[in-house]
Design a protein around this ligand. Structure first.
Ligand SMILES: Nc1ncnc2c1ncn2[C@@H]1O[C@H](COP(=O)(O)OP(=O)(O)OP(=O)(O)O)[C@@H](O)[C@H]1O
Ligand SMILES: [Mg+2]
Length: 400
């Protein structure tokens, strides 16, 4: 094994000791890829791990050896590991967050009895609210997190998160519903029904009646009844939602159990977002302090073969290449070689920029945080081997 850098050691300790790793970051930087790679390494090291992704990408499922991912927890076939020459000491599961099903499941869990459950699930207002909340992936992720964490089925949950414009969304998501369904609001909707839970408007008096009559004119009394019925049923679920929100919020702040990993690309916008997110975590006393800079250019140290012309290909290499291109019947050999030179010098320049950005991030992070880097692989990461290659870089286990 190669010697691990301090950041790689840190990440190894995280997957060994923590029970929740949350991969966060802006869009397209490699959160899902990183989450899958971390899950694989944890399983290799002996943990019972699950990767929870919100990405509907079939390719990720395929790369893990599954036809598709669903809302259920699926075991990754052992053959996926052994085919690549690794013997996991633990196990790996994966699932994709199906936001609609997750919410229905929450109702199942928090409902005190069958009657409440079917009243809520069958209610038109619930279907509407559930549709709206289903679009809130971060909220659903925190609900799923609660289930997996409290189930005790896994030693480590690796949570992939949706890209975040506003980094606070996920951190605040767990309490959002219970705050929205604050008793005041629920109480307001319930008022017309409080006398013996009777339907209809005949028992009402005062402002409540007037408002309801007006709304009834607009929406129809039947719909209004459904709204009231929904909130009546939901009142019984509020305590359950509040409790779940508190558990998730506590878990996200627990330094012994949780670690946030901020994934970013070496480009400036992504780096800025990563710093901002890091600052948000610090402000909330949440366990951050670990960056993964992904898709880093590989050639920061490359020097031109000919310093005066700035050419990367030496004379010998140019002749060798020209011969082969000519033999293959290539029409414009010099122009082709020139394009190749230009492309490579741009790649080197980008790699130098990437390195500078990483150095800046490191000095920003100081001793508060660790920075791991993963190079941009030649191909997209589309199979188990690719994910293992990412692990090689993340954990410093093999040369690249
Ligand atoms: N180090 C890498 N080298 C090459 N390709 C990579 C690397 N990391 C990720 N990719 C590729 O980049 C693309 C985006 O990665 P991924 O889906 O993991 O990003 P994401 O942050 O989850 O995106 P989103 O925000 O859309 O969920 C994928 O096609 C993936 O295979
Ligand atoms: Mg993703």
């Amino acid at each position: 094994m190669l010697e691990q850098s301090p950041a790689q050691l840190e990440l190894s300790r995280v997957i060994e000791e923590r029970s929740l790793v949350v991969c966060v970051g802006s869009g397209g930087v490699g959160k899902t890829t990183t989450a899958a790679a971390i899950g694989i390494q944890a399983a290799i090291e002996g943990r019972k791990a699950i990767v929870v992704t919100i990405d509907p990408a079939r390719r990720l499922a395929n790369s893990l050896g599954l036809e598709a991912l669903g809302n259920d927890e699926r075991p990754i076939p052992l053959a996926k590991f052994t085919d690549c020459g690794v013997e996991p000491k633990g196990s790996l599961h994966a699932m994709m967050l199906d936001t609609r099903k997750t919410f229905d499941e929450v109702i199942w869990r928090v409902s005190p009895d069958d009657e409440t459950r079917s009243r809520v699930l069958g209610n038109r207002v619930y279907r509407h609210i559930s549709d709206t909340l289903s679009a809130s992936h971060d909220y659903m992720a925190s609900e799923k997190l609660y289930d997996l964490h409290t189930s005790g089925r896994y030693d480590l949950v690796v949570l992939d998160t949706p890209p975040m414009k506003n980094a606070l969304d996920f951190l605040e998501a767990s309490g959002r519903l219970s705050r929205f369904l604050d008793e005041k609001i629920v109480g307001w909707f319930l008022r017309p029904h409080q006398d013996g839970r009777k339907r209809g408007l005949q028992l009402l008096s005062g402002t409540g009646t007037l408002v309801y009559r007006l709304l009834g004119n607009v929406f129809g009394n039947q719909f209004l009844d459904e709204i009231s019925e929904f909130f009546l049923a939901f009142r019984d679920l509020l305590a359950g939602f509040r409790e779940r929100a508190e558990v998730v919020s506590g878990l996200l702040r627990n330094r012994q159990q949780t670690r946030f990993v901020v994934v970013c690309a070496p480009q400036s916008t992504s780096m800025e977002e990563a710093r901002y997110f890091h600052a948000q975590l610090m402000e909330r006393s949440m366990p951050g302090g670990l960056f993964i800079v992904n898709q880093v250019g590989r050639y920061p140290d490359s020097q031109p073969a000919d310093e005066s012309s700035g050419r990367y290909l030496g004379d010998e290499e140019r002749h060798w290449l020209a011969d082969r291109l000519a033999n293959a019947g290539h029409a414009s050999v010099p122009a082709f070689i020139q394009r190749l030179e230009t492309h490579f010098s741009r790649t080197v320049a980008r790699s130098v920029d990437d390195q500078r950005a990483i150095d800046n991030l490191k000095s920003f992070a100081g001793r508060q945080a660790s920075v791991c880097t993963v190079p941009r692989l030649v191909d997209d990461v589309y199979d188990f081997e690719g994910l293992l290659a990412i692990d090689g870089h993340l954990f410093g286990l093999e040369s690249s």
